[in-house]
Design a protein around this ligand. Structure first.
Ligand SMILES: [Zn+2]
Length: 252
């Protein structure tokens, strides 16, 4: 599908200035595969599916709020993280990357294309990619373990299904995605941002897994974002558990 054909479709999607939505891709019909956002009057869309070519940017007319943002320098670019690494390679080319994915139960999510994973040779990082953002895990011993790139305002969701499990990091989300009909959503921290909260309505069942020491803040947040969030406590690390053990944490 050409850019202008895509644009025609994307333009018909209701989206407000400053909003970002995860929707069913209107091009490949992949459920929750497309990210659409509007910032400073600029419409951006991107399908997470590797096989789908839906992607583009359209700079329409700036509206009043976006002009104000632009003038006061609170535009999206300012908040965007460091740019995504330009040169990446398949993790298949680098055995330690494969070993790492296997060690944190994320290899399944990778091989089943539930998340896009690449390797960054220049930084020796495994890169978990979603939309216009990514998070890189260092494979060497020294240096910052995790680095984020681009924009990841909606966290990182892995898998498909009606049940979402909010977890702290991406490998845990990948680990959760091994359960049938479950999506692991990495909060990339312990906060539930407004953008993440907005995506929760896509699911029928919402769980948040916290360690027992989690502050009351996280629980209060969970409650505030909807009474139907089920809170589970565990001191176990989800990325080190089998699928059956995760099911026990959620449903036992
Ligand atoms: Zn698509």
């Amino acid at each position: 599908m050409t850019y202008s054909e895509q644009l025609e479709i994307i333009k018909s999607i209701p989206i407000k200035e400053g909003e970002r939505r995860i929707i069913t891709c209107p091009i490949c019909y992949g459920s929750k595969k497309m990210s659409v956002s509007k910032r400073d009057g600029q419409l951006m869309w991107n399908c997470f599916r590797a096989s789908c070519n839906a992607k583009g940017i359209y700079s329409g007319r700036r509206n009043l709020q976006s002009i104000k943002n632009y003038l006061s320098n609170t535009s999206a670019e300012k908040n965007a993280g460091r740019p995504l690494p330009e040169i990446t390679t398949s993790v298949e080319n680098h055995q330690p990357a494969i070993d790492y994915l296997k060690s944190v139960n994320s290899f399944y999510a990778y091989t089943n294309k539930l998340i896009k994973v690449r390797y960054v040779p220049s930084e020796n990082r495994v890169l978990f990619i979603q939309g216009d953002g990514a998070v890189g895990r260092l494979l060497s011993v020294y240096g910052p373990k995790w680095v984020s790139y681009g924009m990841l305002e909606c966290g990182v969701s892995v898998g498909t299904g009606n049940t979402v499990v909010l977890v702290e990091d991406i490998p845990s989300a990948c680990s959760v995605s091994r359960l049938d009909d479950h999506v692991g959503l990495a909060l990339l921290g312990t906060k539930i941002s407004q953008n993440i909260s907005a995506t929760l309505c896509n699911y029928n069942y919402i769980y948040i897994v916290l360690d027992s020491d989690a502050s009351n803040v996280a629980i209060q947040q969970a409650r505030r974002h909807g009474a139907n969030i089920h809170v589970r406590f565990t001191q176990k690390d989800l990325k080190l558990l089998t699928a059956i053990q995760i099911a026990k944490v959620l449903y036992a």
